[in-house]
Design a protein around this ligand. Structure first.
Ligand code: F0G
Length: 459
């Protein structure tokens, strides 16, 4: 008999989680103004809000915390992080930051001006926020195929080189501080970008004299997909693939809360000493001195260890296969999601589930609330709420896709939890025809509204 697949780790410490009743959840979600971000985590049973900073650190990472050097300048931990970034990612220069968006802030404060254009593949919301806050344009050049959730192609996160080249032709190089390539493409469903696409984008950037930034939050998951899906890479190690991916780019921003498996931390790294020096001022002003930025020494140590563990095949196989396991369960129940399963999450195609809820009443948000009410499971809306208003017209933007993201924290839940998630979603799916109304906004911020928005049921 062939042995079944199982995780490449065992559990050394556990944390209790609690079930609740439907009546309790109805009360809590109302008190939270129907915004899943407003719920107390104690009121959530299985938390799939994000895979960011929610993973389980290893025994090795915990042990490195004890060895952290908290010196203000030149700490050993800084040099440990520097060595890992040089060795594993191939960058000589970097600035630690407290998380990924802080890396974006340091980089864009230095280089992005009003009227600039930053083409990319479905910029993440904080990335877009930092660009639009500076009155610059985040130009989406993702391949059209990414919007068809039922289409199975191996690299659905790619940039369309024709769209990118059109942008590079349309705007002068001095208006394009950089192209932003996000791996994996979170917003399009945790979908990977092929090595061929990275190479192509890099060649176009060189041709037009523009810098290339890799938004690298999930670079290791991307490398996993290259290994299993792209011809010529099946015999390479993850670390070899990672090195090649980064060999094509000038700058990387990193939310270390994802593929470096730490609870907090990030950095921006550069190939060029000159770019690094230019960014130092904003790092010192907003984050901290250049050898700690926004991080404590112990966290820099854990990050260094996490980069190493996160780029090992055994870990990545367990990780990505758990996401695929949830996808396979949903297949069994006929529930539509962005295909194929992504690296960190399943993105349920809310428009195909709640066909009777009007888009003005936030379809994916409605599905998220229903799933919470069903079993205390928390996902997150990737739809019109997140897309926010057009910065110029202030009209609501309705993206092509209304998705409910179920992001799976690293090394945290078992497949029994995943079974509960799938069953709860099936129960909602079975009563989908009876869900006809969604929610309306009662309060919102002018930018990045989804975090704090307040809602009430539509009448
Ligand atoms: N880039 C990508 C692709 C991300 O997914 C995130 C965060 C960031 C940048 C910003 O990093 O949170 O450390 O400041 N994504 C989280 C998520 C929040 O849930 O997908 P951060």
């Amino acid at each position: 008999m062939e042995l079944p697949f199982s995780e490449s780790y065992r559990i050394k410490m556990v944390e209790a989680i609690h079930k609740s009743t439907r009546e309790e959840r109805e009360r809590w979600i109302k008190e939270a103004k129907y915004n899943l971000f407003n719920l107390k985590s104690d009121h959530v049973f299985i938390d799939l809000l994000t895979d960011s900073g929610t993973g389980a650190m290893s025994d090795r990472q915990w042990s490195r915390l004890m060895l952290g050097d908290e010196s203000y300048a030149g700490a050993r931990s800084y040099y440990a992080m520097k060595e890992a970034i040089r060795e594993i990612l191939g960058f000589e220069y970097f600035l630690p930051t407290h998380q990924g968006r802080a890396a974006e802030n340091v980089l864009y404060s230095t280089f992005v001006r009003e009227g600039d254009v930053l083409p990319g593949n479905s910029h993440f919301d904080t990335t877009k926020g930092h660009i639009e806050f500076r009155k610059a344009i985040a130009l989406d050049c993702t391949i059209d195929e990414a919007a068809d959730t039922q289409l199975e192609i191996p690299f659905k996160g790619n940039i369309d080189p024709a769209k990118l080249e059109a942008a590079l032709r349309q705007y002068p190089a001095e208006k394009i501080p950089m192209v932003v390539l996000t791996v994996t493409n979170n917003t399009a469903g945790g979908q990977p970008v092929s090595m061929e696409n990275i190479r192509r984008v890099s060649a176009l950037c060189r041709q037009y004299g523009v810098l290339l930034q890799l938004d690298s939050a999930r670079f290791a998951e991307n490398a996993y997909f290259i290994k299993v899906r792209e011809k010529g890479y099946e015999h390479k190690t993850i670390k070899e693939i990672v090195k090649e991916m980064f060999s094509y780019v000038d700058i990387m921003t990193m939310s270390a809360k994802k593929d470096a498996i730490v609870n907090m931390g990030g950095f921006v790294a550069f190939k060029s000493e000159e770019l690094w020096k230019k960014c130092q001022m904003f790092c010192i002003m907003n984050e901290g001195f250049i050898t700690y930025g926004g991080m404590s020494g112990r966290d820099m140590n854990a990050l260094a260890e996490g980069l190493d563990e996160g780029t090992e095949w055994d870990y990545l196989e367990s990780r990505v296969r758990q996401v695929a396991y949830l996808g396979a369960k949903l297949d069994e129940y006929g529930i539509p999601y962005q295909r194929p399963a992504g690296g960190h999450a399943i993105f349920v195609d809310a428009t195909r589930v709640l066909t009777r809820v009007p888009k003005e009443e936030f379809i994916a948000q409605t599905l998220g609330i229903e799933l919470y009410l069903e079993a205390g499971i928390r996902g997150v809306e990737i739809g019109a709420m997140l897309a926010d208003r057009d910065p110029v017209t202030r009209e609501n933007r309705y993206p092509k896709l209304e998705l409910l993201r179920l992001a799976i924290p690293r090394r945290t839940y078992t497949n029994n939890h995943i079974d509960v998630v799938a069953a709860a979603l099936k129960n909602v799916y079975d009563r989908r025809e009876r869900i006809t109304r969604g929610y309306v906004i009662t309060k919102e911020f002018p930018i990045m509204r989804h975090f704090t928005v307040e809602l009430q049921p539509a009448k």
